[in-house]
Design a protein around this ligand. Sequence first.
Ligand code: SF4
Length: 238
Amino acid sequence: MSISIEIDGVSVAAEEGGVLVDVAADAGVYIPTLCYLRGKPCLGTCRVCSVKVDGAVVAACTVRVRGGMTVEVDEPETTDMRKALVELLFAEGNHNCPSCEKSGRCTLQAVGYEVDMLVSRFPYRFPQRERDHASERIWLERDRCIFCQRCVDFVRDETTGDKIFSISHRGSESRIEVDTERADAMPIEQVRYAVEICPVGAILEKRVGYDVPIGRRKYEVHSVRDRALDQTNGSGAP
Ligand code: SF4
């Protein structure tokens, strides 16, 4: 059923039940995301898409639109909240962009530019999380992980449906695990999909580096905003 909602004071036509992030993008309004992938179930882990709906702060990827809804995206409180959440992710991990292979195609880095982040307002934690290089195909740099859980939910053994990535430990000790045997059996296309949807440089393909030169990488050619508003690029990741 076709309905009408209001985004930043502008009336927008949408199908009832659509995901607010998608409805906004289709109307030309960019809401940053790090865990949500268009067409995939909502994970709701990063909260970077926080907006106000009818005056309450919510993660836009968790909201299904209904008629008469009033949405505020370009609004000072939530704009700063989104920026703070991105800054927090930078402070909680080791994101040394100039030395990271994912620079220029890292969604966290690109979203950092979009929210006008210069430096984190939070103290940097410089975590020491053990790397996992055991797989023949996957290089796991845990201290860059933002725990979006995309890899856990969307990268599975193509025959059995079993998870290849999982989360172990709890709280601040939480970390991503990769099942070495299953990772070694991944088709190369699936390895590349895992690298593509990881929004940071935590999952890398072994023996591949700088295959796309700096300066020609996806967010250096088109901003994450432009890519999110043009969802014709395949993986669902902007
Ligand atoms: S390894 Fe990448 S995809 Fe997996 S949870 Fe961490 S940041 Fe997300």
